[in-house]
Design a protein around this ligand. Structure first.
Ligand SMILES: NC(=O)c1ccc[n+]([C@@H]2O[C@H](COP(=O)([O-])OP(=O)(O)OC[C@H]3O[C@@H](n4cnc5c(N)ncnc54)[C@H](OP(=O)(O)O)[C@@H]3O)[C@@H](O)[C@H]2O)c1
Length: 318
């Protein structure tokens, strides 16, 4: 079968098309004929070689999210899964391929009316946004700032907050054009990346995909009892002393937390993902697909991600 491997860590042209033996589903696994592959920011981080310390080596097949049709099942998996359309998390790699294996607990059936391309646009980002908002104890009527809203997680957070009748939904983004698109999805205030544009405004909750050197200034945008939840580090790690911002405003009871979907039981993730898939099939949530490219063009997909051109999700098809 055809796969894409990280031949060499670094630039997008280090990705290469290769041939590999078709995988066999082990006990408790399914084999999926892949129809769509979600390309995420974390794939780019792995490709650059930044996560070598976590065991990522040159030669691996990247990607963690596919949708397609089950073509074989391993021991202990009900044969009725064969022929079903599914979304699947493949683990820390293995998705940039024509065939992929996944554990049965990491698989969510596709409802009628949801395409594989839409499924890999929502399947990971949707649950992250849902549980991160819950981690921030975000409640109807409260004000929210989504920092880094133009990515797949932010786009879902904006839509979920709008559905939950948020008070204010502010977003940071790099251009008025992107701001317009976010407003169509539910944002009520558009700020630039520094958070300028709504002087003095404070927020009950901040969902932060960016981190980086500017994180303290966003902690300072929290209202009394406000909560900032860090969901990603697209802009790098914050300064080592970022917590001083909270300590200096001690009397305001602000708080900071990180959130990782890894801490959510897999059954809960599947329940929320199924609900979001059904909502998308009914047209109540909008999967925002930036573009669909061939698997052979994985390098081009990464180049566009690195250039900051992607709004929403970029998807590959074998
Ligand atoms: N917590 C979890 O469980 C979990 C799960 C999966 C992934 N993640 C993490 O989530 C992140 C990826 O999320 P994503 O795919 O939604 O994001 P993304 O698409 O990589 O980035 C989101 C947006 O951030 C803005 N941006 C990019 N660089 C920036 C910078 N230096 N400063 C300020 N803004 C910047 C860009 O929008 P504009 O150009 O419009 O500003 C971009 O569209 C990664 O860090 C990944 O590790 C977390």
């Amino acid at each position: 079968m055809k796969v894409v491997i990280i031949r060499e860590f670094g630039a997008p042209d280090g990705l290469a098309v290769a041939e590999a033996p078709a995988p066999e589903p082990a006990a408790g696994q399914l084999l999926v004929q892949v129809e769509a592959i979600g390309v995420g920011g974390v794939d780019a981080v792995i490709r650059r070689g930044t996560l070598g310390g976590y065991g990522f080596r040159e030669g691996i097949v990247p990607g963690s999210e596919v949708a397609g049709t089950v073509v074989a099942v391993g021991e202990g998996v009900d044969a009725s899964w064969r022929g079903r359309g599914v979304w699947a998390f493949t683990g820390v790699g293995g998705a940039y391929a024509e065939l992929a294996v996944a554990r049965i607990e990491d698989v969510t059936p596709l409802p009628d009316g949801l395409s594989p391309v839409d499924a890999v646009t929502l399947g990971s980002a949707g649950p992250v946004a849902h549980f991160a908002l819950a981690h921030a104890r975000f409640a109807p009527g409260e004000s929210l700032l989504v920092r880094g809203a133009g990515g797949s997680i932010g786009i879902m957070a904006v839509q979920l907050a709008a559905r939950d009748r948020a008070g204010v939904i502010a977003v940071t983004t790099s251009s008025p054009e992107r701001g317009k698109r976010l407003a169509e999805l539910g944002a009520t205030v558009v700020l630039d990346r520094t958070g300028e544009g709504a002087p003095g405004a404070e927020f009950d909750a901040v969902l932060d995909v960016i981190g980086g050197p500017a994180l303290p200034s966003f902690l300072d945008r929290l209202a009394d009892n406000g909560r900032l939840v860090a969901v990603g580090v697209v802009g790098g790690h914050p300064p080592a002393d970022f917590g001083m911002t909270l300590m200096r405003s001690f009397q305001r009871s602000r708080s900071f937390a990180t959130f990782s979907l890894n801490t959510v039981p897999v059954g809960e993730r599947n329940r929320v993902r199924s609900g979001q898939f059904a909502a998308a099939a009914r047209g109540e949530l909008r999967p925002v697909v930036h573009d669909v490219l061939r698997l052979d063009d994985a390098g081009e997909a990464h180049r566009r991600m690195d250039a900051g051109e992607v709004f929403g999700r970029i998807v590959l098809t074998p």
